[in-house]
Design a protein around this ligand. Structure first.
Ligand code: SF4
Length: 448
């Protein structure tokens, strides 16, 4: 079948510029909107000038993110003039309207239909061209070809006092398990070798559906974290779990990790260790005996790597609370730790709590925590020296390459720097002899 020049003509399709800010969940929203735009025949272009309209997907969680988002809207308006805004900060429409009344439309997060309605109002969708508009079934991804975020739910049922995500994204809404599995299969078929399971509260997956079951490939699966992990584990790729709170049923995931079905990696944001502060934060699973659980998990799965994040300087945090957190870290020996000083988020209930911690004190606590963690991390990574590890290659540069082991999630953890990588391609797994380690990264030689 021949394709005429008319059929190939693309320039008539309206051109959309796209700016994506924020966390992996926002990135998944951007991927959905881009996929829909392309499905309807719009061209997605890289620059403001060549675009007929710009969609800006913005984050609104912390003060700094809000400022960055408002700057991005301002830049798009100056450079292009026609701007549709979506994302978390979209919930606070007045914050945007006050500064930028000329914005065409503002929608909240994961409101794909409203974004498309706003785009349609400005630019008529072109007729689709079946010869040239081939899209991968799995849609458009903003991550490299070999890994992808798999969003399993939206929103959150908790009310942590420092967080406004439930106000921004609503209550927990889990996707059907068969839908999630179908998406995962499509991604694997299109070349994905690592799936990063994300949500606001991964361990709560399915609770809003009462863990209802659905059929996928002739088998029944509950919309429950354990079933989902088991099913994903059968895909034969790396499955990495993020935002897992230590609810009791997380114990069921550890044997799956020990068996190699999913990666022995848990991203578990604990935020603090002092029961008093955890209570003031109203953290989910704050009362669980986390240290004891971690000890048991490591007995079952010694390779287990745990990443966590902590907040220091939360209102009312005393020196004693902070030392309790430091003792916890010495004891828990977590592999990867991020630390933030508390920063008030507009609309968060923690802002009303008494006994604010002075900024210098919070900064000092963060410094001390990160120094302690650097030693823990260096000691943890040193155990890999001399071992052969499987890595997934992210980038290749001549004879060298940058890869990640099961212990490293993209963007937030360390890297494995490779030598002897000639002939290796991004997205490939390789076996590597680890020769050196520092506080964050590993260094090794490719075996095959
Ligand atoms: S669990 Fe807490 S911090 Fe996480 S999204 Fe829900 S309310 Fe926010």
């Amino acid at each position: 079948m021949s394709v005429s020049s008319d059929q190939l003509q693309q320039h008539a399709a309206p051109r959309i510029g796209f700016v994506s800010l924020g966390c992996p969940k926002a990135l998944v929203d951007s991927e959905r909107i881009l996929t829909q735009l392309r499905t309807e025949g719009y061209q997605v272009v890289g620059g403001y000038q060549e675009a007929d309209l710009v969609v800006v997907n913005i984050c609104g969680f912390i003060e700094a993110a809000q400022e960055e988002s408002l700057d991005a809207i301002g830049e798009a308006l100056t450079e292009n003039g026609k701007v549709v805004v979506t994302g978390c900060l979209g919930v606070k429409e007045s914050v945007i309207r006050d500064r930028f009344p000329e914005v065409l439309a503002i929608t909240g997060p994961h409101d794909y239909e409203a974004v498309m309605t706003a785009v349609h109002a400005q630019l008529t969708p072109p007729a689709r061209n079946p010869f040239t508009d081939l899209l991968p079934d799995s849609g458009i991804k903003l991550t490299p070809r070999h890994y992808a975020y798999l969003k399993i739910s939206e929103g959150c049922n908790h009310k942590c006092t420092f967080c406004i995500i439930p106000d921004l994204r609503g209550r927990l809404g889990s996707r059907r398990v068969d839908e999630v599995l179908a998406e995962a299969h499509r991604l694997v078929r299109d070349g994905v070798r690592e799936l990063l399971v994300v949500s606001q509260d991964t361990s709560a997956y399915g609770v809003d559906r009462r863990y209802e079951a659905a059929h996928w490939q002739q088998r029944e699966w509950r919309s429950h974290m354990t079933d989902l992990s088991r099913a994903l584990g059968e895909l034969g790729i790396w499955i990495r779990l993020h935002y897992v709170y230590p609810y009791p049923h997380v114990d069921e995931l550890i044997p799956l990790m020990a068996d190699g079905a999913i990666l022995p990696y848990l991203d578990m944001p604990l935020q603090h260790a002092s029961p008093r502060i955890l209570k003031a934060m109203r953290r989910p699973a704050g009362g669980e005996a986390v240290l004891e659980r971690i000890r048991r998990w490591r007995e079952i799965c010694p390779e287990l790597v745990i990443r966590s994040t902590f907040i220091v300087g939360f209102p009312g945090e005393t020196e004693e609370d902070f030392q309790e957190l430091m003792d916890f870290l010495r004891e828990a020996q977590l592999d990867r730790v991020g630390c933030f000083t508390y920063s008030p988020v507009e609309g968060a209930r923690a802002n009303e709590l008494p006994d604010a911690v002075p900024t210098e004190v919070a900064q000092r606590r963060k410094r001390e925590l990160m120094e302690l963690q650097a030693d823990i991390s260096a000691a943890g990574l040193a155990r890999f020296v001399g071992q052969v590890m499987q890595v997934l290659v992210d980038e290749v540069d001549g004879d060298g390459a940058v890869a990640r082991s099961y212990a490293d999630a993209p963007e937030i953890d360390g890297l494995v720097h490779l030598r002897g990588a000639a002939g290796i391609r991004p997205g490939q797994f390789a076996d590597v002899l680890i020769e050196e380690a520092d506080a964050h990264d590993l260094y090794g030689a490719v075996l095959r």
